[in-house]
Design a protein around this ligand. Sequence first.
Ligand code: DX5
Length: 226
Amino acid sequence: MSHVEIVPSILSADVGRLADQVREAEAAGADRIQVDVMDGHFVPNLTFGPLVVEAVRRVTKLPIEAHLMVERPELFIKAFARAGATLIEVQVEATTSLYRTVQSIKELGCKAGVAINPATSLEDLREILPYIDLVNVMTVEPGFGGQKFITHSPEKISRLRAMVPDMEIEVDGGIDARTAPLAVSAGATVLVAGSSVFAFKQGVAAGIKAIRQALAPFPRQGEGLD
Ligand code: DX5
């Protein structure tokens, strides 16, 4: 039985209370924290840099994912590794040197992930799969939190699961108590959740709990059925 991890992304957090929000998420059972890095070029939004990863690193022991939604991510991986990222994700569409970029991420001691946008074919991942630790299937067009889960995403997730029976498959965008089971049933094992956690009406802990309860049949890391 695959283990499902919940990864709150800080894009929808109250940045003025970021330390508290991260601590709330950790106390509520989050497995990792994701920092959504955007450069205003690869996506039409501008967000966080390495300083924010450093700040998050200071307040939590959880693994930190730096999701680089930026052009030429190879220019930035050293800064994010030094800032304390555990895993660095780059977009398959954003670099012409994906193999070298992935190697560099691993040489810096981080896990390497590749994120793929909704309209990008899984075939674009095939040659890099042997070298990475995680694929992030974007279930929205990246750039903003609070978007709607793209309906046909589970079919793409299933096709990827057939290509990589044992790899971590992450999904990112529109993940909540309704869509999480759809993604997990299709083969996802890591769920990025921004607005359904940090913009949840009843608060961060209730947001994480709602997703966890919706996944009740799927145990969390370390809560195996055996
Ligand atoms: C790209 C961002 C968002 C964010 C999740 O747009 O990466 O996907 O992490 O945002 P929600 O969970 O609010 O869709």
